[in-house]
Design a protein around this ligand. Sequence first.
Ligand SMILES: Cc1cc2nc3c(=O)[nH]c(=O)nc-3n(C[C@H](O)[C@H](O)[C@H](O)COP(=O)(O)OP(=O)(O)OC[C@H]3O[C@@H](n4cnc5c(N)ncnc54)[C@H](O)[C@@H]3O)c2cc1C
Length: 355
Amino acid sequence: MLNVHSHGPPKKIEILRRNLRLWESGLSDLRRMVREFQINCDWDEFGRFYGSAGPDGEKHIDEIADTLNQLGHEYRWLTGDEMHSRIGTNFYKRGLHASGSALVNPASLLRGLARHLPANVQAYEDCPVTGIVRANGCFTVQTESGKVVADRLVLAAGVFLKEFGAASGRYVPMATYASLTAPLSEEELGQLGAAQPFGLLGGSEYGATIRLTKDKRLFVRNVFKHVPGAPTNARDVAEIAKLHRKAMTSRWPGLARTPFQHSWGGIMAFTWNDGTVFGELEPGLFAVLTNDVSPMTRGAAAGRLLADLMEDQASDLLSTQLSIPQARRLPPRPFLVLGIALRRGLLRAVAHREF
Ligand SMILES: Cc1cc2nc3c(=O)[nH]c(=O)nc-3n(C[C@H](O)[C@H](O)[C@H](O)COP(=O)(O)OP(=O)(O)OC[C@H]3O[C@@H](n4cnc5c(N)ncnc54)[C@H](O)[C@@H]3O)c2cc1C
């Protein structure tokens, strides 16, 4: 749950400052609700580590520090030895700890939020929308088990937005994958330095995300894959989990026999220009897409701001949200597919030590 995040040199510091207001706002909304509703989701104000393992990580971690300097954010450097005593690996040459962001169990958070919806809101699960029909100024949302009629409608279907004819050709569906162990034994935890929860982002864009959760499970996330068609099948996810295993054992050789309990993938939306899909698409029909960097916090803010927009509740934050350019139209195929493959290959090649 990031409050700020940026790879590469801080070229567009004003844009980052604008995004920062949105990230911070989403994060503080979520923090408030977790406290108010006492949602048990392992919320932890740990902040985040960045780690650098090779030349690309070294370059990027300096740029991250430069960006944090320009934003006036506090951070602390960790030497390779300090990283080793905190998380038990010599994999990283250097680390950086930045505060302000939170670690969370996202499934528990969402379940907790769903349990505390306002009394006038009803959630339906496992109930796919099969069609939307507009007639006589109303929308009829059709499902296999019934229909809902509304005079205003918000589409918030993530990468499936285009199935509803919204934002087609304006975002790229990219899958990323993760594996999670069972709670580690005392002996396994002995491999992990202080054996305290942490969240670590790779210094470079293609680096792995590593976490030790509050219930002592190790989490590894890496690999991005363009998935314009069907989601990745179970066999391919199992292949990717082998890369997670490699990432885990190259950091902690003593965990070579520790199995993963779960491996999965999920699809995120990336735009060409870090733009938005936000607002009224046609009279009464609204859409919001959580995309690009730190979607959980920026998406939380965008959701609330869309409600403000619908109710004519002006605010500085809403003006900030509205100042973000709409997601730009992507190049046509095959240029798009080729461009993504080249960029992915390049990022992976330069960042292979961070993987
Ligand atoms: C491994 C992994 C790690 C990640 N880590 C982070 C992280 O550390 N920080 C962060 O900020 N983000 C992270 N993300 C990204 C984040 O999870 C997503 O960006 C976020 O969940 C998107 O939220 P959303 O509500 O917009 O979309 P989604 O969560 O995709 O929700 C869209 C919903 O629409 C529903 N839907 C689609 N079509 C229909 C239909 N026809 N009828 C009814 N319902 C429909 C879907 O079932 C789904 O429930 C991670 C993602 C993955 C996969």
